[in-house]
Design a protein around this ligand. Structure first.
Ligand SMILES: *Cc1c(COP(=O)(O)O)cnc(C)c1O
Length: 232
């Protein structure tokens, strides 16, 4: 997709989000857009930034670090790490991102907290839940979520913002909403248990299920294809 179109696709994505919020009887601005830029060149991120987009999600650490270096002049950019995270790669994530959505075990969380530089704000984290129970998928199982959340909330340099999930693909809206509703319920239960944690973020909804996610209370939707086009 040529660079010139990002302004248009981003505008469409914003309108789509605004319409979904209206349809769900939720206030405008109740959910925001994370632009997922994995596999896409830094020039497209720069283009989206020029159109006012500030939050970007990346999945692959080395690719993300390279783009961050190229875009170091964009001083209000906010980087989210949303990909699988190995425990031997936590240091770079702790040093170069504002958010991590893919925490699914305590070891990774402990390392991120220990490695977060003292001059930076605490790292904002979401716990990734394996909401559709797929054996091959990342994420903490729902029945292990409480134990993980209890550990994370006690770590000094992390801020527990909420939950994230990538449900199994489903084409009809009813089937799409089921796992999203379940994630919302898990988040509500956690808020009861851990009133001291911010827990204000429900990271769910991608290009194909944005509307369903907004119906179920998403506050941060992660759009890749809808903004930057199909990935090779
Ligand atoms: C790639 C990716 C997205 C974006 O998916 P699209 O379908 O392209 O919008 C969102 N979240 C995660 C975790 C991803 O890996």
């Amino acid at each position: 997709m040529p660079d010139a179109q990002v302004s248009e696709t981003l505008d469409n994505a914003r309108q789509r989000l605004a319409q979904a919020l209206r349809d769900a009887d939720r206030p405008a601005g109740h959910a925001r857009l994370l632009a997922v830029s994995k596999t896409k060149p830094a020039a497209l991120i720069r283009e989206a930034y020029a159109c006012g987009q500030r939050e970007f999600g990346e999945n692959y650490l080395q690719e993300a670090l390279d783009k961050q270096a190229e875009l170091a002049d964009l001083d209000a950019i906010v980087w989210h790490f949303i990909g699988p995270l190995q425990s031997n790669k936590t240091r770079d994530v702790a040093e170069h991102f504002a958010w991590v959505h893919s925490i699914d075990r305590a070891k990774v969380a402990r390392r991120l907290s220990r490695q977060r530089p003292s001059g930076l704000e605490p790292l904002n984290v979401c716990l990734q839940v394996n909401i559709s129970g797929e054996a091959s998928k990342a994420g903490v199982a729902p029945h292990d979520l409480d134990a993980l959340a209890d550990e994370v909330v006690a770590l000094p340099n992390l801020r527990l913002r909420g939950l994230m999930a990538i449900p199994a693909p489903a084409s009809d809206p009813v089937a799409q909403r089921q796992p999203l509703a379940r994630l919302r319920q898990l988040q509500e239960a956690l808020r009861q248990r851990l009133p001291q944690a911010p827990l204000d973020t429900l990271s769910m909804g991608m290009s194909d299920d944005l509307e369903a996610a907004i119906q179920e209370g998403a506050t941060l939707v992660r759009l890749g294809t809808a903004i930057f086009g199909a990935r090779a």
